[in-house]
Design a protein around this ligand. Structure first.
Ligand code: ATP
Length: 268
């Protein structure tokens, strides 16, 4: 795989992660094109966090090939890391500092010169509409403002990819809408590739160019939301998702019912 020469910015082939007996990610393959918004969809425990952790160099794969912006996250960890920004589910802002200071520290960590940092902070805070509140301490921000600041901070060092793990978790519908507008605008203006995970199918349908559905560590389908809807003969991505993952949920339920019945029989 010669990632840098290719159109694809993320290339994954046969990626697997085992934790002892558990295979959390089981031989998955996919690629993400430059400038694309790509969503990973899956029920709880499907393997999304494990997959995103391998893509972002946090854990090492058991086997398989992986290239981030043409770099191997295991043998070229620093170059791979410079290629992306990440926004985790758990907020990681310093609440005692101002929005501007939080951004600035991130720039210092990436060795950005002062003048460049100043310009970049202004551009990004304007894009996420926080310029007027930049000198307020983060503890005075609303939940939505904090999320916008985290996303802006993730883009501070001009990464080519932005990883977003459940970016709208805990936000109200209005704030979620606004956040997606910002993400789409950043994607367009900065040509940044966005890799996200979400449980909210409606959001994925609206924002993602392509999605991959993962369950029990395996990718069970991938394509544009429209392709998945057509293939499953459903009328929305949510229905397509349930169609693709619902069977396994029913199996689990059936098993639980069988277990309940057999323990009931044993008691009699
Ligand atoms: P959620 O949506 O609930 O965050 P997920 O799709 O991100 O779920 P993962 O957290 O990747 O799923 O977990 C996939 C599987 O791997 C689960 O069975 C989980 O228990 C297991 N797993 C994850 N991390 C570890 C670990 N460090 N050690 C052992 N098992 C793990």
């Amino acid at each position: 795989m010669e990632g840098q020469k290719r159109n694809a910015i993320i290339e994954v082939e046969g990626l697997t992660k085992k934790f002892g007996e558990i295979t959390a990610v089981d031989d998955i393959s996919f690629s993400v094109k430059r400038g694309e918004i790509f969503a990973f969809l899956g029920p709880n425990g499907a393997g999304k966090t494990t997959a995103i952790s391998m893509l972002t160099t946090l854990i090492k794969p058991t086997s398989g090939k992986l290239l981030i912006n043409g770099y191997d996250p295991v043998s070229e960890q620093d170059a791979a890391r410079r290629s992306f920004g990440i926004v985790f589910q758990d907020p990681s802002l310093d609440h005692e500092l101002t929005g501007h200071e939080n951004m600035d520290i991130h720039g210092i960590l990436y060795n950005m010169p002062k003048k460049v940092r100043k310009e970049r902070i202004e551009t990004l805070l304007n894009l996420v509409e926080l310029q007027k509140r930049k000198d307020d301490q983060v503890k005075k921000y609303s939940g939505g403002m904090k999320r916008r600041l985290e996303i802006a901070r993730g883009l501070m060092h001009l990464p080519q990819i932005l990883f977003l793990d459940e970016p709208t978790l805990g936000l109200d519908p209005q704030t979620r809408n606004l956040l997606w507008d910002h993400i789409r605008e950043l994607n367009r203006k900065e040509n940044v590739t966005v890799f996200l995970t979400t449980h909210i199918m409606e959001e994925a349908e609206r924002v993602a160019d392509r999605v991959a559905v993962i369950d029990y560590g395996k990718i069970i389908d991938q394509g544009s939301p429209r392709e998945l809807v057509e293939r499953t003969g459903t009328s929305s991505l949510e229905e397509a998702f349930l169609d693709l993952t619902g069977r396994t949920i029913r199996e689990e339920k059936a098993e639980t019912m069988t277990q309940m019945m057999s323990s009931h029989m044993r008691r009699r």
